[in-house]
Write a protein that binds this ligand. Sequence first.
Ligand code: FCB
Length: 436
Amino acid sequence: MTQADYPFPEGFLWGTATSAYQVEGGGDTNDWYDLNQQGCTWNEALAGRADEWWSGRAEEDIQRMAELKTTTHRMSIAWDRIEPKPDQWDEVAIARYRAILTAMRAAGIRPMITLHHFTNPLWLTEFGCWQTPATVDRFDRYVAKAVESFGDLCDLWCTINEPSVYGLYNLIRGKNLMTGGDPRAYFRVIYYLLKGHARAYATIHRLQPDAEVGIAQNMVAWHPSNPRNWFDVLAKRVMARVFSGMMLEALQTGRWRPLIGRRDTIPELVDTLDWIGLNYYQRYNVRFAPFRSPGTFGLVWEPRPDHPHGPPHWGEFYPQGLIENLERLRRRFDVPILITENGIPCGDDALREKFLVDHLYALWQAIQDGMPIKGYYFWSLIDNFEWHEGYSPDYRFGLYDVDFDSQKRTLRDSGKLYRGIIEAGGLTRGMVEEHA
Ligand code: FCB
């Protein structure tokens, strides 16, 4: 077997990632379904059948994880399926998740469960969703139920996926569903999500002392469009702070200092990470342009035209940003780091192999520099429902292509390459020469 010239450490976790609503299909009791009904997606697409994991296809895709030689998979469970009405637990849904987790373990794949990946039970909206402290209590009860139900099958837990993206999605396009389009609500939602994380951390450890618990934070490589323009530099600083710095500071010190709204201390947040998850996708260059962009506080995010970039609004493909953000994490936390998401929207697979090699090479360098990186979860195993972008052909992230009419999966060249990397235990010189 080919051996890596740029080897990753023994026991490194090689994985893929998905989330419940994006792959399961048929979930109509959550708030994203409701948002979909309002036509907030590309081509007004509804998630519909998605990848049909709920109705039975998860098991065949688990075989695909094994074919790729991955050793772990990050999935999420849907709160609305487990608790369809307040304080009513659905044992049939719990049994379905148990079947999926059991199949994963039988295939040699260690599951990571994300407890909150953007969706909420629709009934939570009536209780004020993530804008009220009562939701922290309700979330905690759901978390306890999840650990009691799945703790024998899973010991790796991610409490919350991307608090800031959740906040932004709702703010920019969700109109009124969870934040009412009020910028203060962005900060309020994140505040309660962080409190939810702290409670979940304590509850999981109470029920499962050996569990490894973390959170997935999205970090963009924010750069000023013109580094000599003072306004652009300031705009970049504001974005980095609002999008991730503010959360990381709270997780590290318990100090909550939002840009708008009440400051607070959340002492229970300190020391609630057994690992920290980084979701990294792109660079955005920030320009202060108040006349062009009144709706986003005068900020424009744009790719540099001479750099490879994704579809409009997606930003720039920029592997160095992975290192920049890892360094940021390292300055604040002394815990293992997992790359909980990294990937590229690209229906024709043209850029994905290069993306993979460039980012893994950057990761390899970071490990050489002593960064405690324990695993990498590629987003995503298969094409799936991409939130507001729905099934747009520009927003396909899978190592497997999915034909959503026939549900046929086809392994992409990037998938073959990922398998080769895992088999070799890292990158070979040939891979780097061919793709990087
Ligand atoms: C992340 C989300 C994930 C997926 C990728 C492309 O922000 O966590 O669900 O949509 O982006």
